[in-house]
Design a protein around this ligand. Structure first.
Ligand code: BGP
Length: 486
């Protein structure tokens, strides 16, 4: 048996895609609440009022002009507002997790449920109580919560009034939120992750910054690195038992050819978009290649005297990462692109792809585990992996999702192989969207990842009734056998 008895088997979700209850108990709006639904080919959009108070809607990727304030428009459907309604179904949903045998549940706390504007002095008791109830219910079933402190969340007020992560004050507001949740959930939550997929935070919806430029982007990252490091220091001081990790989107990448120029390009891309982030958070300092790169770009970051010390003292305890697909670095300007987790990469002719065009590569998971382990020698946790696919409900309420089982089986097989053959230290596996939820990339419902089906469509219609898919029973056996029966 290659996996330890303590191996975390579970599933993952995020508040803005699953929780709903957007207007319950004094919760404030987050930037994710002004995002519309989209599709694979139509980007999600965001809604604003301009300086004259006129409603404006624009693509997520576009620059948001100064003076625009994120706002909800009448008659527009926003998927995060109810999502798949964990807020009102948490007992039922945790019972499903328990039935599958989860011993871990990765979820996120909604910042604005605790501090509705982000800069409030006092937290909201009802918000804190909601997560108390959730954690108590999990613990009752022997499920350890693993909490992402910030999963694609930015209080709308901080984006509108402070320019989000560009403003150094946001660090203090974030720390106030961290202090409250570390204190409150001490003893209930031991595993934390600071920022979800830190390396792909890149637009208004995740950073809350108007008129985003490269310089502002790196300044924001500097603030996020500090916020994470300070959270680690604080979390350890409040409870030395806390294990606080980083979270990286790990897209394994390959050079398209053996042309050394191509290999050098792959190295450059991997460092700039991936390892820069884990290097800072795991080693505690900016890597030299990035310092030199920023110099060449004439980007000088505004730093304070003790920033370096904070980064050095606030290194993480483990690396959580998401893995869905690999990508190819190509020198060809006309390379055909495949879709993928948040970024588009050149297509790999050796791989099959999902209904949404993400290329399926289980071996890439093994490569990712080995690369991260070799580079940092730090415990790893696969906190997202899975297949977004169309599901069909049969007349008798069954969902035969053999394609999902096949995807997960191959990935679990590979993670076991590298633990066994290479001795990689792997803490656990929490596949994404263990229950159907709203897609982050497209805002759709029909892109489903779950073991549990939720009756809801792309416009939010449906009973929200839950059904067990075939993969539910399969994963239950996987957990029961500690990964031996695939
Ligand atoms: C990651 C996010 C998740 C999740 C997942 C699947 O980027 O951390 O929030 O949604 O990808 O992506 P999508 O929902 O776009 O299919």
């Amino acid at each position: 048996m290659s996996l330890s008895k303590e191996f975390f088997w579970g599933g993952a979700t995020a508040a803005n895609q699953y929780e709903g209850g957007c207007f319950e108990a004094g919760r404030g709006l987050a930037v994710s609440d002004i995002k519309t639904a989209g599709s694979m080919t139509t980007p999600r959009r965001m809604t604003f009022l301009n300086e004259q108070g006129k409603p404006i809607i624009q693509n997520k990727e576009n620059k948001v002009p100064q003076g625009y304030k994120g706002a909800i428009h009448e008659g527009v459907y926003y998927p995060s507002h109810t999502a798949t309604d964990f807020y009102h179904h948490y007992k039922e949903d945790i019972a499903y997790m328990a039935e599958m045998g989860f011993n871990c549940y990765r979820m996120s706390i909604s910042w604005t449920r605790i501090f509705p504007n982000g800069d409030d002095v006092e937290p909201i008791e009802a918000g804190l109580k909601f997560y108390d109830d959730v954690f108590d219910e999990c613990l009752k079933h022997g499920i350890a919560p693993m909490v992402t402190i910030n999963h694609f969340e930015m209080p709308l007020h901080l984006a509108n009034e402070y320019d989000g992560w560009l403003n150094r004050k946001t660090i203090n507001y974030f720390l106030r939120y961290c202090e409250v949740i570390f204190q409150r959930y001490k003893g209930k939550v031991k595993h934390w992750l600071t920022f979800n997929e830190i390396n792909i935070l890149r637009d208004y919806s995740s950073l809350g910054i108007h008129d985003l430029t490269a310089e502002k982007h790196y300044q924001a990252f500097h603030h996020i690195f500090l916020a994470s490091a300070k959270a680690v220091i604080l979390g350890h001081a409040i409870d030395p038992e806390n294990k606080i990790g980083m979270m990286l989107a790990h897209i394994a990448s390959y050079s398209e050819t053996c042309d050394p120029k191509n290999v050098a390009l792959e190295l450059e891309v991997s460092r700039k978009f991936k390892y820069f982030f884990s290097d800072v958070q795991c080693r505690g300092y900016y890597p030299s290649y990035m310092i030199k790169y920023l110099e060449r770009q004439n980007i000088s970051l505004v730093k304070e005297a003790d920033d370096e010390q904070i980064l050095c003292n606030g290194t993480v305890d483990y690396i959580g990462f998401s893995y869905y697909n690999s990508g190819v670095a190509s020198l060809r300007k006309d390379a055909e692109l495949a879709y993928g987790n948040q970024v588009r990469v050149a297509r790999n002719p050796f791989l099959e792809e999902s209904d949404w065009g993400w290329q399926i590569d289980p071996i890439g998971l093994g490569i990712s585990l080995n690369s991260l382990w070799d580079r940092y020698q730090m415990p790893l946790c696969i906190v997202e992996n899975g297949l977004g696919a169309y599901d069909e409900v049969t007349q008798d309420g069954k969902i035969h999702d053999e394609y999902r089982i096949d995807y997960l089986r191959k990935h679990i097989h590979e993670l076991k192989r590298v633990v066994e053959e290479d001795g990689v230290e792997l803490m656990g596996y929490t596949p994404w969207g263990w229950i159907d939820l709203v897609s982050a990339g497209t805002g759709e419902m029909k892109k489903r990842y779950g073991f549990v089906y939720v009756d809801m469509d792309d416009e939010g219609n449906g009973s929200k009734k839950r059904y067990r898919k075939d993969s539910f029973y399969w994963y239950q056996k996987v957990i029961q056998s500690n990964g031996e029966e695939l």
